[in-house]
Design a protein around this ligand. Structure first.
Ligand code: SAH
Ligand code: SF4
Ligand code: F3S
Length: 452
């Protein structure tokens, strides 16, 4: 019998797909009487939804577990209990090792098995420790409830999972498994439900979202372009985004959609990882820097106001000063609105982890990362500056830090702060940008209506 008073706290690391998964775990567990709360105090169940992409991510999980152990012991001393679960990509990669190293952990399960949470919770409540890291034959998506947790007016929707690309540095093909696309109808139905619940923006998610190839109702296979065209017809949905894309899968049809579908936001995250062809080859990215520039140029032609962000790995084994400068030069040629850069982190089980001899000394990698980030900060500040004086539609989604301030997202995902009423939240309103900062913008609402 469900106990309506049970509290669930989920802490999420990693990519947007983990955020989506955490929300879906909430949905599943709410049917079992768990209410998701915003703080860990007093929680009856704690789920750490983890990320394995870089070394520090795993370390953070174990130090968090150390803290949770204290909470759990305190609760037990008072006659209560607390179920501790480790989910996500660290759970998939480390499995048994987590149960061994942290004996107070009750459940360990990977990203593809959380639809089995009801069974797992029963076992855990019978004091059975649970480990569930198989890749099931039946997709979790066939077992998720129709009810959705959405935060604010922008929702995530996973349409594709896993990856077959095997970039030599990356754990994702091992933690998430092979590439899998959901059916077009399943996605469209979910998009409708999200819009009915108040979503104005949907971000279509996948580790390789533009490799999407979902079966449509008539048996044909849709690519991402076809799916976006269809989803854009949903009344009430105002904005569409998708992430993360691989440059290799950026086909002409998808590029054309950027010119056709106004609801598709003019901002694309297109990770390249390096500007050096030698390093791109060693990474198994299977394209050259020139091809990336070519895709960027075509996208700009299709939609002149489009802006880009990317991911770069700095200090991949064998990266020389010249290779690094090629990355700087590629970033200069593109001119990003924002960009992530990470120091290479050797991941156990990946091919690049065997390239010990070619490792870039840490102090050199750190120094290069600093130089790269300085360039990106400059580019981001310059991009933000170009927004001054422009009027942009802003989707307001939260209160600002200061009293009387609300905050929203521009088409380019910049945070935009205005002075205004909380009633703005959940609406897309025109804002004239007054000032640009390194990481945000401020502006004045120009639409005169009763929301002000
Ligand atoms: N599917 C996406 C990336 C997913 S991982 C793509 O193909 O681009 C998110 C980012 O983490 C990657 O783009 C990469 O820049 C970074 N990353 C992945 N593995 C890494 C590693 N071993 N060391 C440092 N950064 C890494
Ligand atoms: Fe990782 Fe490469 Fe797959 Fe992206 S494309 S998830 S970087 S293996
Ligand atoms: Fe991390 Fe797994 Fe996402 S490793 S980046 S949470 S796919």
């Amino acid at each position: 019998m469900a106990n309506a008073s049970k509290k669930l706290f989920i802490k999420t690391w990693g990519c947007q797909m983990n955020v989506y998964d955490s929300n879906r775990m909430s949905d599943i567990l709410s049917a079992l009487g768990y209410k998701t709360v915003d703080t860990p105090e007093g929680a009856d169940m704690m789920i750490l939804n983890t990320c394995h992409i870089r070394e520090k991510a795993t370390d953070k999980v174990f130090s968090e577990l150390g803290r949770l152990r204290v909470h759990k012991e305190e609760k037990i001393a008072k006659g209560g209990n607390m179920v501790i679960a480790v989910a996500g990509c660290v759970a998939q990669a480390e499995g048994e090792f987590i149960l061994e190293r942290a004996p107070y952990v009750d459940m360990v399960f990977g990203p593809q098995t959380y639809h089995e949470l009801p069974e797992m919770v029963i076992k855990a409540s019978n004091n059975e420790r649970v480990i569930n890291t198989e890749f099931p034959i039946i997709s979790k998506f066939d077992h998720l409830p129709d009810q959705h947790t959405i935060e604010g007016s922008a929702a995530y929707l996973s349409i594709q999972e896993g990856c077959d690309k095997f970039c030599t540095f990356c754990v994702v093909p091992y933690t998430r498994g092979g590439e899998y696309s959901r059916t077009a109808q399943e996605i469209i139905d979910e998009a409708h439900r999200l819009v009915d619940q108040g979503a104005k923006e949907i971000m279509l998610l996948g580790q390789n979202v533009n490799a999407f190839h979902g079966v449509a109702s008539d048996g044909s296979i849709w690519g991402l372009a076809e799916l976006i065209r269809n989803i854009s017809e949903i009344n009430g949905l105002e904005r569409i985004r998708y992430s993360t894309s691989h440059p290799r899968d950026m086909d002409d049809d998808l590029i054309d959609v950027h010119g056709e579908v106004q609801k598709l936001m003019p901002f694309l995250h297109l990770p390249v990882q390096s500007g050096s062809d030698k390093i791109l080859e060693a990474m198994n990215r299977k394209h050259k820097a020139e091809k990336y520039l070519d895709v960027i140029a075509k996208l700009r032609k299709a939609r002149s106001d489009i802006a880009f962000s990317s991911d770069y790995i700095i200090g991949f084994p064998g990266e020389t000063e010249q290779d690094f400068e090629d990355s700087l030069n590629l970033a200069r040629k593109v001119g990003y609105a924002s960009c992530y850069s990470f120091k290479y982190s050797a991941r156990p089980g990946t091919p690049a982890a065997n390239l010990q001899a070619a490792l870039v000394p840490d102090h050199i990698a750190s120094e290069r990362l600093k130089r790269f980030q300085a360039l990106i900060n400059e580019q981001q500040a310059a991009f933000n500056k170009t927004c001054e004086g422009k009027t942009m539609p802003i989707l307001f989604d939260r209160k600002g830090k200061k009293q009387g301030q609300v905050c929203g997202r521009s088409p380019y995902s910049q945070s935009v702060y205005v002075t205004g009423n909380d009633r703005l939240i959940g609406n897309i309103i025109d804002v004239k940008i007054t000032e640009a900062f390194d990481n945000s913008l401020t502006g004045d609402v120009v639409t005169q209506d009763d929301l002000l």
